[in-house]
Design a binder for this molecule. Sequence first.
Ligand code: SF4
Ligand code: SF4
Length: 146
Amino acid sequence: MVSYFSEIFSGLWSLLVGLGITFKEFFSPAVTVEYPYETLKMPERFRGHIQLIADEEGNPNCIVCMMCQRACPSGCISLAGKKEEGQKKKVLTKYILDFTTCSLCGSCVESCNFNALEFSKEYNLASTRKEDYIIDLKKRLEENNS
Ligand code: SF4
Ligand code: SF4
């Protein structure tokens, strides 16, 4: 008889503890986000794919010195530029990143002495198409500035 009531008491106590936890969590701030409708702010040291940095006028800081292309151990950077009349520096005409082979090693960013390259905070890149990982960084910069 005693064990019968003891089991009832134990079951009720367990139910109350469970409900208490549920009640507490119901009023606690949410720690999850509704991905992909909400996105997270990435920490300072997060490495997304590389991206170009623009000057105040929105033009790439890149002077087409080719150091990043040479520094890349995976050969995933392909860039080109041209010299325009009256301009001292070369103007960037193409900057393509093949992100399928990028190891995010950072050699390209470290090799750039012109504050022209950085890691993006982009993490939402899921795709089944390889072409989506061949990224035109110059076009991307122009789109972000428009
Ligand atoms: S190292 Fe910097 S300035 Fe030189 S080509 Fe690369 S991004 Fe441009
Ligand atoms: S992070 Fe490394 S692998 Fe990726 S583009 Fe730069 S140098 Fe190449």
